[in-house]
Design a protein around this ligand. Sequence first.
Ligand code: NAD
Length: 264
Amino acid sequence: MDLHLTNKLALITGSTKGIGKAIAIEMAREGTNVIINGRKQSDVDQVVAEIQKKFSDIKVQGVAADLSVESDREKLFDIIPQVDILVNNMGIFQPKDYFDIDDATWEKFFRINVLAGNSLAKFYLPKMLQQDFGRIIFIASEEAVMPSGEMPQYSMTKSMNLSLAKSLSMLTKASHVTVNTIMPGSTLTEGVQKMLDDMYQDSDLPKDEWEQDFMKNHRSRSQIQRLIRPEEIGRFTAFVASPDSSSFSGEALRVDGGLVPTIF
Ligand code: NAD
């Protein structure tokens, strides 16, 4: 299936590893010119080189910037004044007891997981409307609609992503710009692998059974009973970013292995 993404320009925030990197790779595979972002220049350079080597027909750029900081966002806007596709992927998470979460932590999660993506959308959306094509995609989480209670400060920000995307979609009426949110379930990124290592390294269970045991005991509602692979989120995001996915906007799209038990 040709997704008609050739020559489109996509900025994927937080794309030096994990889900963001997988999204960048899957879009590059479709011929999209991609912009890699992370905070460390060396990490950005490494991923730019890796993707450029694999897909020599496209243009890969990198911008090292901490997008939770206004001056860094200004730097990004100077270098990249316009994009066709914005994937607000960057996000932090940390399990925390509700009573241990202070105001500074609530504000930090809001600044990184909500405000940064909002600032980027506010900058790039008018240009998308002007050219009458654009895609803004927020990467939320199943925590947006089914908070586990394990990290309230994170779940709150992911619910906010849905609300924000819906409001933004209302600014795109009758245009060819869409704004959607994707809600991945537990995905086997380096961070989640480390979590498994920490949980099981002292157990008697053989390593190749850790994932199955984790799903059975900690994600029992999952219908697929395995962790999602980052490239699966990458391929789905590439489809949502494509001109072919023009029939929905303002939607919250689940890619969670059936973890959320409700119909809506
Ligand atoms: P990750 O920690 O593996 O990668 C995060 C990326 O963001 C890295 O490239 C990091 O350098 C970058 N980053 C972090 N803070 C930044 C900042 N201030 N400025 C620029 N870049 C910054 O994360 P992940 O697990 O791949 O998660 C990506 C997104 O997917 C997040 O929004 C997360 O909430 C969401 N998500 C992840 C899972 C999961 O199981 N991994 C599940 C649901 C949703």
